[in-house]
Design a binder for this molecule. Structure first.
Ligand code: SF4
Ligand code: SF4
Length: 244
């Protein structure tokens, strides 16, 4: 199968949460207790049994309440830091499908709590979650069982507004680029979040921090994560030379 990607056009998202529910249903994930916490977002975060959560950020714009909606999920990174971290720890819990690029966790492979912490911290988008009882990890699977049969991921299939698309990467990049051009006149701050590094390309109409603290990766301005990793792995003596 060819390299795949999602395109998520947040300008079309109404926060109906259909994608969130479809993900739970298709993947047979346990229900999560929801609570009124003063805004419309439920549940409060991703978890071992919540692979997708529509985040609501309420702000005041020109004296009126307004919301930024962000259907958050694993980005299926082109060069996934979670995978390289797991490999460096000797864990086989994470694999990448070389055809589609899907990054897949095996929840049956146990990881130590300390290793999970390291893996989670390596993710620029704070995605991996662990089941404390079993020691397994989980996150979005790209609905690999569906896409290998030629179907769309459940979230994309369900989205009623056309905010979510999925297909061959070149086609998704093209669609995202054209939509960005079309929206620039209305939203001058619009951007494609980390589009060269990830397989889930979000179109944001405003400052990413208004959507969610992990809407874009931190500390990678002007460099790719691979370069950042190489930089971090340099011996101390080289770092001094790099800085000086
Ligand atoms: S978003 Fe995080 S969990 Fe998903 S592939 Fe990238 S590093 Fe891994
Ligand atoms: S199904 Fe579509 S419109 Fe509804 S919350 Fe998800 S991305 Fe937004």
């Amino acid at each position: 199968m060819a390299d795949k990607s999602f395109f998520v056009d947040t300008s079309k998202c109404t926060a109906c949460r259909g994608c969130q529910v479809a993900c739970k249903q298709w993947n047979r994930l346990a229900g999560t207790k929801t609570l009124q916490r003063g805004n419309h977002q439920n549940p409060s975060d991703l978890s071992f049994s919540t692979f997708k959560v529509v985040r609501f950020n309420e702000v005041e714009l020109e004296g009126n309440p307004s919301w930024y909606f962000f259907p958050d999920q694993c980005r299926h990174c082109m060069e996934p830091p979670c995978l390289s971290t797991a490999e460096s720890l000797g864990s086989k819990a994470i694999t990448k499908d070389e055809g589609t690029g899907a990054v897949i966790y095996n929840p049956k492979v146990k990881v130590k709590a300390a290793d999970f912490k390291t893996i989670r911290e390596s993710c620029p988008y704070d995605i991996p979650r662990m089941d404390q009882k079993t020691g397994g990890m989980a996150k979005c699977t790209m609905c690999f069982d569906r896409i290998k049969e030629g179907m769309l991921p459940a979230c994309v299939k369900t989205c009623p507004t056309g905010a979510m698309s999925f297909g061959d990467r070149d086609a998704m990049v093209d669609k995202a680029t054209k939509r960005l051009e079309a929206l620039k006149a209305r939203y001058p701050e619009a951007l494609l979040a980390d589009s060269t590094d990830v397989r889930v390309i979000y179109l944001l109409t405003d400052d990413p921090k208004k959507y969610h603290e992990h809407a874009v990766a931190e500390n990678t301005v002007g460099i790719t994560r691979k370069l950042a990793l190489q930089y971090l792995l340099r011996p101390i003596s080289n770092l001094r030379r790099f800085a000086g």
